[in-house]
Design a protein around this ligand. Structure first.
Ligand code: COA
Ligand code: AMP
Length: 622
């Protein structure tokens, strides 16, 4: 099959194309309609189909005789634990945990927030929700109480599923104080909390609210899969937007199951029974799609790795896991490989392990910078695939579709549009730019299956953020270009979103926290280039007149404020106190110019600037 014919069919006859791909999964009622507009005028996939995602991810494989195959390898260097869970065992545990949820009153359409570290129970809880048609919302374990609280208020869950702690290398992070504080802060209080008691941290249950995981499981009755409409939400996953309030990306059941299953074959070239490893976290979209749903829907074995690329115990950790489980495809973020390269530039660890099972490396989360690409390419002699995607799409918008046809890679490019995605690059007036010219990267509607149909509880925000800027298109928020051979280069965000160690964060949200400090008159938070983490946030802060507090003291408090509001993952470690900020005559802060100054790049003084002398003042501070 050639990529071109597959791609052309996907954009010329999307309905026919996706109805055919819908046969990759099992339906309770197979869809006859590919695509139809909902009441809000949004294109929805397979509106007359019914299915159960958990059935497709587990029961279907057990029924087909794959029950003894390993579904999940849990590898936790931080607790020195390893487990292999077969599809049959997974079915047993998921059906029972679905029973726990059902007993707590959770039913189809109810929300369940999952705030858990990288343990099998996180994945079991997600699949148990899917089994009964409940909507899960996983919150990354590195987020602080107020981030969890915002999500509790927005998703209004009946139940929270959590654990007593997460483990960061050797540091135990107790979760219960965070959960308790978040419930205290949230507008909505869940009825029940199910707590996985880990040996590293004990907890005192709140009577009438908290239930221990193991006791609840002992007495639970298994529950069968509940059929839901293809358009019924499977999950909500919050992602950073430009303001302090994250956006609840909604994922439906049908389109998602089809796109995931198709992608495992077309994008990653994976077959049932093979081992796939996404070294990410279940709290991020990569974890949802390619630790949990994609590999299981495709009947593969997935790896749940509770560790880091380095320090658990060393920079050979990734290669050790590849050898141990015979991983075929390893998917991670460029920052993880930069961390490995920093500690093991010659690749001594790579030579130490047998990595012959590896067919390819896939990277996403941020642009794969050419130096990291070349290092990996030379070290491994494997296809190194940069692929571009977002929480909103749930799968790759552009990739080297090795399951269909392999393209010669170009360093810095995410290669070709994935079938289903019609990518264009537009100028600010909505006109297509010439090949090689940079602009705003957009996707022509209809978006393919799995992409978000709305923002949870705020459809207006969905339309305003993504659909209204360029009518007929979805705005990705990324800038880039397509070269003369059709290769896509995604260069970075065009909004206030930054990417720190593969984690998507909002500078707008950090600005709101910094600006709330009593000594701060105004501020700008920008992302500056960082060798290891890609970008790091930097605060530029103007103090109020008459503030007598020492600048170092203010900086310390601002760092602490961001850490306690968002979490340590924000990596907000530097706030520079300045006299003034550069602004346009209409009062807009010139963030793009600030970024260039901070990165030591050449810049032109914007013609709209109110007072050009501020730029020299700022430059002197770096
Ligand atoms: N729970 C609690 N805290 C967490 C956390 C979690 N799940 N994840 C990170 N943190 C904390 C860290 O402990 C650290 O805290 P500290 O400031 O007290 O030391 C802080 O957040 C920053 O963490 P991180 O950015 O991860 O830096 P690091 O130096 O510990 O590790 C890397 C650097 C590159 C090894 C690491 O960021 C990494 O593995 N990145 C890959 C990310 C990824 O897979 N992203 C998914 C997209 S595909
Ligand atoms: P997230 O929603 O957390 O997955 O972050 C999505 C954002 O990460 C995208 O909008 C891009 O800015 C960036 N991103 C992810 N993958 C890539 C990639 N391969 N190349 C360039 N940017 C990427």
């Amino acid at each position: 099959m050639s990529y071109q014919s597959e791609y052309d069919r996907s954009v010329n006859d999307p309905e026919g194309f996706w109805l055919e791909k819908a046969k990759l999964i099992d339906w309770v009622a197979a869809p006859k309609v590919g695509l139809a507009n909902d009441a809000q005028g949004i294109e929805r996939w397979f509106p007359d189909g019914t299915l159960n995602t958990c059935f497709n991810a587990i029961d279907r494989h057990v029924n087909a005789g794959r029950g003894d195959q390993v579904a999940v390898y849990y590898d936790s260097p931080v607790t020195e634990t390893k487990k292999a869970i077969t599809y049959s065992q997974l079915q047993h545990d998921v059906a029972r945990f679905a029973g726990v949820l059902a007993r707590l009153g959770v039913t189809t359409g109810d929300r369940v927030v999952i705030y858990m570290p990288m343990v099998p129970e996180a994945l079991i809880a997600m699949l148990a929700c899917a089994r009964i048609g409940a909507i899960h919302s996983v919150v990354f374990g590195g987020f602080a109480a107020s981030e969890l609280a915002v999500r509790l208020s927005d998703a209004s869950p009946k139940v929270i599923v959590t654990a007593t702690c997460g483990i960061e290398v050797a540091k135990v992070i107790p979760y219960m104080p965070i959960v308790n504080e978040a419930i205290e802060m949230a507008d909505h209080k869940p009825q029940s909390v199910v707590v996985l008691e880990r040996p590293q941290a004990k907890f005192t249950p709140v009577q009438g609210r908290d239930h221990g995981w193991s006791q609840a499981m002992e007495t639970a009755e298994p529950v069968d899969c509940v059929p839901v409409s293809a358009t019924h939400p499977l999950y909500i996953l919050y992602t950073s937007g430009t303001t302090g309030k994250p956006k609840g990306v909604v994922r439906d059941n049908g389109g998602h199951a089809v796109a995931m299953t198709y992608s495992m074959q077309a994008v990653y070239d994976m077959q049932p029974g093979e081992v796939f490893w996404a070294a990410s976290d279940v709290g991020w979209v990569v974890g949802h799609s390619y630790i949990v749903y994609g590999p299981l829907l495709a009947g593969c074995s997935t790896i749940l790795y509770e560790g880091k690329p380095v320090r658990t115990p060393d920079a050979g950790a990734f290669w050790r896991v590849v050898q141990e489980y015979k991983v075929k495809v390893l998917f991670s973020a460029p920052t993880a490989f930069r961390a490995i390269r920093k500690e093991d530039p010659q690749g001594a660890f790579f030579q130490q392990y047998d990595t012959s099972s590896l067919a390819a490396l896939y990277l996403a989360g941020e642009r794969l910078d050419p130096p990291t690409y070349h290092w990996l390419d030379e070290l491994t002699n494997l296809p190194v695939v940069d692929h571009w995607w977002q929480t909103e799409t749930g799968w790759a918008i552009a990739c080297n579709p090795r399951g269909i046809e392999s393209f010669l890679p170009k360093a810095g490019s995410a290669t070709m549009p994935t079938p289903g995605f019609k990518i264009e690059v537009l100028d600010p007036n909505g006109h297509a730019v010439e090949a090689g010219e940079q602009g705003s990267v957009v996707i022509k509607r209809p978006l393919p299956p799995s992409c978000l149909p709305t923002v949870w509880g705020n459809h207006t925000r969905f339309e305003e953020s993504y659909l209204n800027p360029y009518p007929g298109y979805y705005l990705t928020g990324d800038g880039g270009f397509i070269d003369h051979e059709g290769y896509i280069f995604v260069m970075g965000r065009t909004d206030d979103v930054i990417n720190v160690a593969g984690h998507r964060l909002s500078t707008g949200e950090m600005e709101e926290i910094v600006a709330a400090h009593p000594a701060v008159a105004e501020c700008a938070v920008i992302g500056v280039a960082d060798e290891l983490k890609g970008q790091m946030p930097l605060g530029l802060v103007v103090l109020k007149d008459g503030v007598t507090q020492a600048p170092e003291e203010v900086e310390k408090e601002l760092i602490q404020a961001v850490r306690s509001h968002i979490g340590a993952v924000a990596c907000f470690n530097k706030a520079l106190i300045v006299e003034r900020l550069p602004k346009t005559r209409s009062g807009k802060i010139l963030r793009a110019t600030l970024r260039k100054i901070a990165d030591g790049e050449a810049y032109t003084t914007p013609s709209t600037i109110e007072d050009p002398s501020v730029l020299a003042e700022i430059q002197n501070r770096f």
